[in-house]
Structure formats: C-alpha cells, structure tokens
Design a protein around this ligand. Sequence first.
Ligand SMILES: [Zn+2]
Length: 154
Amino acid sequence: MSRSRGPHEKQSRGGGVWLSGNDVDECGGEAMKCEGVTAKGKRCRARAVGGSRTCLLHTPGEAARLGARGGRARSFRLPVEGELITPPTTALSLRDFVAEALAKVRGGTMDVRIGNCVGQLASVLSRVIESATFESRLAALEAAEKMRASCHDR
Ligand SMILES: [Zn+2]
C-alpha cells in the first residue's frame, strides 16, 4: 500500500551539516580539496563543494553570506522583545514552557544558546518541582496524621 509522505519527512533530512568543512569522503579516494588559502596563509583543508574548486568559505560571495549568517548567529538574540513570562512552577506549566522553547528553537525564533540554557534550567527545575511536590504532600499527610492522632487521644 502506498502512504502519502507525511509533512515532516521533508524536515528530517539531517539538518544543517552542509557547513562542515571537514567532511570525509567515504567513497574512497581524495575528495576535491579547496584551493583557497586560510587567513594564516596555509592551504585550506576543507572539501571543495559541488563541482567548484573551493569550499563554501572560499567561494566568492559565499563567505560574506556565511559571515553575515554567523554574525547574526553570534549576536545574542533574546526571545521576542524580551517578553516577560510567568515562571513555570508546576510540572505541567514547565512542560508547556519547555515545549514552547523547543518549538521556538526549531523554528528559529529563539537563540540556540537560550534554548540550551532553558533546557538546563528546566531539568533542574523539574527535579526541584518533583521534590517540592513530594515535600508538601508529605507535610500534608503528616499534619493530617497528627490531627487524627490528637483527636484519638481525647
Ligand atoms: Zn577553503
């Protein structure tokens, strides 16, 4: 039976590896090496791309484009206009918060580093929420037990 391709299949083709200059040509033999020269005056060791004799960085026009790209990536981009968020304090709100951050990073509207930071803080927060929840439920149980015991004494 033939199933139509889902909408996600286009995206799953390994994203973003095309920038790597150190790809090893697995088909054996020397991959075409770039003929460019690095800033240090050494021969560029990156692989030449698609029929040209230079790598992406040494293809005229590409460097500026990639540079601009890198420049944008390096500049620190806060989430939309420094939006104020309500800090998640429950597992449920944390789930939504992390899911939203994930979608924003994937969609390119959140800086990857902010996404990483969110991930790390979220994993700490998730453990804290877990133990805090446990703690308050235990306290409630203990209080109820105390109440019951003192009623029983009378
Ligand atoms: Zn090069």
